[in-house]
Ligand binder design. Structure first.
Ligand code: 26V
Length: 827
């Protein structure tokens, strides 16, 4: 047989580099319209243009994708696998065009056909494969890995339905299904050759040979196929293209022929329906463990598929799995993929014949685990009987890991209480597997996402494990990608900064510091303010178009956008708005600073209080906005369906960013960083990354109020309630009285009784406790806004000093301290 001839891919180098001038791009766009879409340019509809432009950009990405993949394989460098149930990517076209430096030429090329690039970009659906912060962080990290040269692969789930679409009907949230794939997805490539069987249920056979450890063979009762879909992630300047590999579930036998032939046409599809259900929909809760079997199936499905894929790739390039940890780092994005620890042990011991201790050494050296929340109700634990039924061998392995850990703890002198705290099995709660403990013991590094959060991890949830393994917990403060969250969403500011300090910050965002001195330059401040004003105008137009509410771009745009949750305290913000409303009416003679309070965010469909908070925001908005005595000094807006694309318009338009969580509860926050990077001032508590923002910005440039995390913990121990504070604080009492009296819901006056009575009886989230400090800080900001020079100077300092909060910095830290991979190795 003759050797296979070497075939060079067509692309960047062969036969010649692609031209990126407008002429070439225009010709290629028309070529795509003609041959890939089969439309004459004159017949082309706007979606055809989107597809054609996407395909032209995609070709250029592929040119970089092949060499990137080859480079990593040929170098033998360590790869990083980021396992995440969520990737909240948003739109991809503008990101790709920006990173390939094609914005100008493509805009030019499209103009020739009278087509606007901005219009085309807006047609793309958001890839909303995530709930909130955790999913968006994963998306920023993917982009930053590609931009900083870390060879990273993201593994996740290709949900058919991403995060639900939110509508507001009569003030209340309504959830509608999201359908991002209906028009096809030009960014993904199905890889049928990378598919794996994933088992569920069944039994474990144990073979015992004399003198040898028992051998276990898992015989699953059910099998499902995991099929890979790859999406390229292009880094800044196109230098590296990494892969996001999402798994889709399919039946091994798509149709049961026997059933079909015997006339049971529906029964013939039962298997395939059951299999496909696994990847049909994203769970829309970010604060409560769902606890359903389907969720555990999703977690195991994508973990098991990813591990098989990682091992197959490794064995294609290496002789054995002995050196797995030298070549592979796997990061667990929260506990959602934590079952991977047991699954890798199973593969090493049962399938590849490793002895237990060696397998454990490899496993621990391979995994890292990031914790994203300390909220007890969000910590994952699974009933033992469910776990055992679905994953019988993994359950045995977890028992064995647990026995080892408990033995080690006993030898260290741990007492009974300490041991039950570290145990992987929660004995007190109907016997459950604790996924946090599993992820912790199975990883060599465990990290929190801000300095404060990491310290609290050591003191609370992981106190005893931290005592047993004191070196394991470290901090990696979150970051956001400056490409999407400055360059793409705020071209006005990017242009101004480039003009003022040169383009160096585009490649090294910490160079934004060079703009710090410009805070004292009146001419620069004016230009900076003009950019903000234009961005506010753009948001005002959106609000006018979508909600028919007119707002004044001259007012303070005071914005709180994020998931709706009691700990994030949108309720505190609304109460302050009501108090302000009362004061404006009571004191019309005062010099009030006009303010627009803007809210957006989704509540988990089953989270009653969060939905009431949305309802209240809309009810208050209706009353305040239609009250002529307010004279437009206060407007309240709730923008429906918050998502990444909406965030890209909102962040650059904010004067004031609300980061007002109960201290100790927001692990980091990343919206706080996006706002400040775009020149908003922050009003916030000493929580999450706000603490580090204070350090970087300086106390003159951020507005901190309220109880500290320690003080919150102290009050909670003292069984604090709001009653006496309400009695002593007329502003607060009057606002709550108005809510209770049904001023904002005359049709249903009792609607908010339980929200209000929670404050009197308990005030668990410290809304009453923090109200006065919050009110005073807001009034201070009112005064500051009237002195525009002072305000704008602080705003400039915010942008100039936020470079450190880039996800490039976060990724370099992970690469150096946790993964020992990528450029982090040498830097
Ligand atoms: C939990 C669950 C429970 C089961 C149902 C589905 C589901 C989905 C997500 C979660 C955990 C969400 C945790 C989270 O998003 N944490 C946020 O992570 C951000 C990135 O580190 C951080 O900035 C936010 O402060 C933190 O709330």
């Amino acid at each position: 047989m003759s050797a296979t001839p070497k075939i060079e891919p067509i692309g960047a180098k062969v036969p010649e580099p692609r031209q990126n001038d407008p002429d070439t791009l225009a010709r290629q766009i028309v070529e795509k319209l003609t041959y890939s879409i089969c439309k004459h340019p004159e017949q082309a509809r706007k979606y055809d243009w989107l597809r054609a432009v996407t395909l032209v950009v995609r070709d250029r990405i592929i040119d970089h994708w092949f060499p990137s993949t080859d480079r990593v394989r040929d170098s033998g460098d360590k790869r990083v696998y980021y396992l995440s149930m969520e990737f909240l990517i948003g739109r991809m076209l503008r990101d790709a065009i920006n990173n390939l430096q094609l914005t100008g030429p493509i805009r030019e090329a499209l103009k020739r056909y009278n087509v606007e690039l901005d219009m085309v970009e807006l047609l793309e659906p958001d890839a909303a494969l995530g709930n909130g912060g955790l999913g968006r962080l994963a998306a920023c990290f993917m982009e930053s890995m590609a931009s900083t040269g870390v060879p990273g692969v993201g593994y996740g789930i290709r949900y058919v339905h991403g995060f639900f679409r939110q509508e507001i009907a009569e003030g209340a949230q309504v959830e509608l299904p999201e359908t991002w794939l209906v028009h096809g997805n030009p960014w993904e490539f199905e890889r049928r050759d990378s598919s794996y069987e994933i088992g569920f249920g069944g039994k474990v056979l144990t073979q015992q040979e004399p003198g040898k450890p028992p051998r276990h063979v898992w015989r699953p009762a059910e099998r499902v196929l995991a099929v890979a879909f790859d999406t390229p992630i292009v880094g800044w300047r196109g230098s590296q293209v990494n892969t996001l590999r999402l798994w889709s579930a399919q039946a091994v036998d798509p149709i049961l022929l026997d059933a079909f032939n015997s006339g049971d046409h529906i029964g013939a599809l039962v298997e395939s329906n059951k299999a496909e259900a696994i990847t049909r929909v994203l769970y829309p809760a970010d604060s409560h463990q769902a606890g359903q079997e389907l969720r555990l199936r999703q977690e195991y499905f994508f973990s098991a598929a990813s591990l098989q894929d990682i091992i197959r790739r490794h064995l294609g390039e290496n002789d054995s799995l002995d050196n797995l940890a030298d070549k592979v780092a796997i990061q667990l994005n929260d506990t959602h993929p934590a079952v991977s620890v047991a699954e890798l042990m199973r593969l090493l011991v049962d399938v590849h014949g490793y002895e237990w201790a060696k397998a454990w050494e490899i496993t621990r050296a391979t995994f890292g685990y990031t914790n994203h929340t300390l909220l007890p109700e969000a910590l994952e634990h699974w009933p033992i009987n469910l776990f055992e039924r679905l994953l019988p061998r993994q359950m045995q392995i977890i028992y064995q890991i647990n026995a080892d850990v408990i033995r080690e703890a006993s030898q260290t002198g741990f007492d009974g209480a300490q041991i039950s705290a570290i145990s992987l099995i929660d004995e007190g709660n109907g016997r459950r597997v604790r996924m946090g403990q599993l992820a912790f013991v199975g990883s060599h590094a465990v990290n929190g996402v801000s300095a404060l959060h990491t310290e609290l991890m050591k003191e609370t949830v992981f106190r005893n494990l931290h005592e047993l393994y004191p070196e394991r917990i470290q901090n990696k403060t979150n970051g956001v990608t400056p490409r999407r969250w400055l360059m793409e969403c705020n071209p006005g500011l990017t242009g101004l900064l480039t003009e003022a300090i040169g383009p160096g910050f585009l490649d090294d965002i910490e160079k934004l510091r060079d703009a710090d001195g410009l805070a004292d330059d009146a001419a620069f401040r004016e230009k900076f303010a003009a950019v903000k004003r234009a961005n506010k105008g753009r948001l005002a137009d959106l609000i006018s178009d979508r909600l028919a509410i007119t707002i004044d771009p001259g007012a303070i745009f005071d914005i709180q956008v994020k998931r709706i949750h009691e700990y994030k305290r949108q309720f505190l913000n609304i109460i302050e708005a009501i108090a302000l409303y009362n004061q404006i009416r009571a004191h019309p003679e005062k010099d009030w600073t006009p303010r627009v309070k803007i809210f957006a965010g989704k509540a988990a469909p089953s989270y009653v209080q969060a939905k009431e908070i949305i309802h209240l925001a809309n009810d208050v908005a209706r009353v305040v906005n239609s009250d002529p005595s307010v004279r437009d000094l206060l407007k309240i807006v709730f923008i429906p369906n918050y998502n990444v694309s909406l965030a890209e318009i909102i962040m650059p338009a904010a004067d004031l960013s609300e980061q007002i969580s109960t201290a100790g509860l927001e692990a980091s926050g990343t919206g706080n960083m996006k706002f400040a990077l775009n020149g908003a001032l922050t009003i916030g508590t000493l929580d999450g990354a706000n603490v580090e923002m204070l350090e970087h910005l300086g106390e003159d440039n951020i507005f901190i109020f309220g109880l500290t995390a320690d003080e919150v913990a102290q009050r909670r121990r003292e069984a604090h309630s709001g009653r006496s504070i309400i009695d002593e604080t007329p502003l607060l009492r009057e606002a709550l009285d108005a809510i209770s009296a049904g001023v904002f819901a005359p049709e249903s006056p009792a609607r908010y009784h339980s929200l209000v009575s929670n404050l009197y009886n308990n005030d668990w989230w410290m809304i009453c406790a923090d109200f006065e400090a919050y009110w005073n800080t807001q009034r201070e900001l009112d005064g500051l806004f009237l002195t525009q020079d002072a305000w704008q100077s602080k705003a400039v300092h915010n942008t100039a000093r936020m470079g450190w909060f880039s996800s490039d910095r976060s990724i370099r830290e992970y690469a150096k301290d946790i993964w020992q991979a990528g450029p982090g190795k040498v830097r």
